[in-house]
Write a protein that binds this ligand. Sequence first.
Ligand SMILES: Cc1cc2nc3c(=O)[nH]c(=O)nc-3n(C[C@H](O)[C@H](O)[C@H](O)COP(=O)(O)OP(=O)(O)OC[C@H]3O[C@@H](n4cnc5c(N)ncnc54)[C@H](O)[C@@H]3O)c2cc1C
Length: 314
Amino acid sequence: MSLWREAVLGVTRQPRVQQFVVEHALVRPLRDRFVAGETLEQALSVAHALAAAGFRLSLDHLGEEVDSPEAAERAVDDYLAVVEAIARERLPSGISIKLTQLGLAQDPAACQARLERLLATAQRAGVFVRVDMEGSVYTQATLDLVRAVWPRYRNVGVVLQAYLHRTARDLRAVLAEGISVRLCKGAYAEPPTIAYASKAAVDANYARLLRTLLAAEPYAAIATHDEALIARAQALAAQFQRPRDRFEFQMLYGVRRDLQRHLLEQGYRVRIYLPYGAEWYPYLTRRLAERPANLLFLARALWAERNGRGAEAA
Ligand SMILES: Cc1cc2nc3c(=O)[nH]c(=O)nc-3n(C[C@H](O)[C@H](O)[C@H](O)COP(=O)(O)OP(=O)(O)OC[C@H]3O[C@@H](n4cnc5c(N)ncnc54)[C@H](O)[C@@H]3O)c2cc1C
């Protein structure tokens, strides 16, 4: 599993592959499946349709690993516009952000100041800010920053990844402080020294972590499309008599839409992670690495091009 992910993420980092994917019209259906457009207006239109169907949302303005303070400031301004639009249009939506988008890699103190600027406005607007978890070089810094702002901003929550060995400890610590956690499996290529390597081991750890998450007080976000883990979360929530307004399932835009609807129909809260923006390439490569069929689509697009035909998205 991790070898596959490493291989795919390695290949997609090649500039020629990136150029092909970004520029090629045949790849558009694949991008459009996972990304709700390149502009805020396009994303808002998708958000309204999903909200009308009963879903909650978390808008993600795509971008990560900025290389200048100016780019980090622009990212904050862009997010402030998203917060303002959510409030103005009364959307049942929070936002998801990446701290490397706010300059975490260059200057953690400046990143914290930018995060606080965003959190203050979001707090006034009643908008929740979920801090995504990125590659393991940022795990500690991300947790430190969220903990640092938490006493002043109760509208912030964090993400933990079940594939990391350290997560059991982090989860207990973060929950003990009262911080809301989104639990996911993890989408980056991590070495076996720090991460579970097989899908079975990651799934087993996720199942263990679910018990800790759902037994604790803070609002819980269960981010997975894995039906076995969703069933386990439902059973644990029932066992702990956890009210349905104290947890939610979260899924990615374009992934398992049938399951998203099914959970909603069963009366569970379902939040769709809704990414948009011009910088969609790294996000798309992680979605490709999760499922061989998605990558097969790319191969078919290339093949179809050589033979003068189109291809359908996986
Ligand atoms: C709301 C949300 C937020 C997330 N935030 C983060 C984050 O902050 N940091 C992070 O590292 N990761 C994040 N992830 C990604 C996560 O870590 C996984 O990589 C991703 O969710 C796939 O794992 P899974 O739990 O769905 O299980 P899997 O076992 O990978 O998938 C279960 C089933 O879901 C379907 N499926 C899953 N992925 C795809 C796909 N790409 N295309 C088509 N079908 C698919 C397939 O039917 C598959 O059999 C997030 C995921 C979600 C849902």
